[in-house]
Write a protein that binds this ligand. Sequence first.
Ligand SMILES: *Cc1c(COP(=O)(O)O)cnc(C)c1O
Ligand code: SF4
Length: 363
Amino acid sequence: MTDSPPRQGRQLRRAADLDHLPIEPDARARDAAAAAAFAVRAPRRYLDLIDWADERDPIRRQVIPTAEELVHDPREREDPIGDAAHSPVPRLTHRYPDRVLLYPTYQCAVYCRHCFRKESLDDHGRYDEAALEPALAYIAAHPEVCEVILTGGDPLILADGRLEALRRRIDAISHVRMLRVHTRIPVVNPTRVGPGLVAALRGRAMVALVTHFNHVREITGECEAAARLLREAGFLLFNQTVLLRGVNDTADELRALFRELVYRLGIRPYYLHHCDQTRGLTHFRTTLDHGQALMRSLRGHVSGLCVPQYVLDLPGGDGKVPVGPSHAEARRGFDWTFTTWDGRAHRYSEVIAENPPGDDTEP
Ligand SMILES: *Cc1c(COP(=O)(O)O)cnc(C)c1O
Ligand code: SF4
């Protein structure tokens, strides 16, 4: 593939490595305390996408620490979406009836400055297969669980052999029908995706990979090759994007991202997440009004395949809610007013039987 920029230097594995990156000395000094506060990491090929002449580069803002992260609004939370409140056994969250989150690792290939779990990540932990036993026993004992979502951390930093062993354990629980993996590896380290990874994941259960692309400039020829391999393996591919101020909060950026995901990578935009109330993310958060305006700029203007659902994960563990925007502006009885994709009011009256069989107001 030809569109990778020239190599500029080393990878980033610890705060001291920031000294070797082309960061302005005054910015490095200003942001030093933030660099020490949370884990720092990015693979070289991801760093190579940064335009260092632009301090507000959207890729730089996702991985290079800034002093703004230490600004804590007292209304923000350590466990913003209540994962701990719904954790019946270690390393598992069970909030919805039929699916669970399973955390095989708390390490990632990249530590995102906007991560909503940044306070539970652990860069030094080692993979401990035995630590997953209570979670696997819990899943086996709950026949209503038909989907296991590997998250973390990034499950795909595990070696193929370990992933395969874990996948076999999950496949052996016959009521589990879907193995879903939430990962940034295809974004930040796409050459990790190879035939060995495909073989490790492919088994009895349906497999879905959910990537986390936030900006169109993250999409490279290497990502394209990784996505092709995963598609040809028969895995379902989806993407979740976090709406981030100064990274991707314009209509042009989101349209370009979602179109390239679909047309170049064959990955369906699934969720656009409103930025969670994690401590230290105030500088990344937009208003819900702004997010809704961005969603209006997508509907009808780009293919419906390129329009994700805009969701908010309610603080405290109450789960995700779609946050619109609603195109139903008003109603009186069975008469509605909708806003069309291009902003006109359209009156619509429901045509229904005079004497409906039973109560048709309930689904
Ligand atoms: C987000 C989340 C899921 C997955 O939700 P979907 O709407 O199925 O993508 C499952 N469990 C928990 C605890 C979650 O936070
Ligand atoms: S890869 Fe995911 S879990 Fe890891 S830091 Fe980024 S957002 Fe958080």
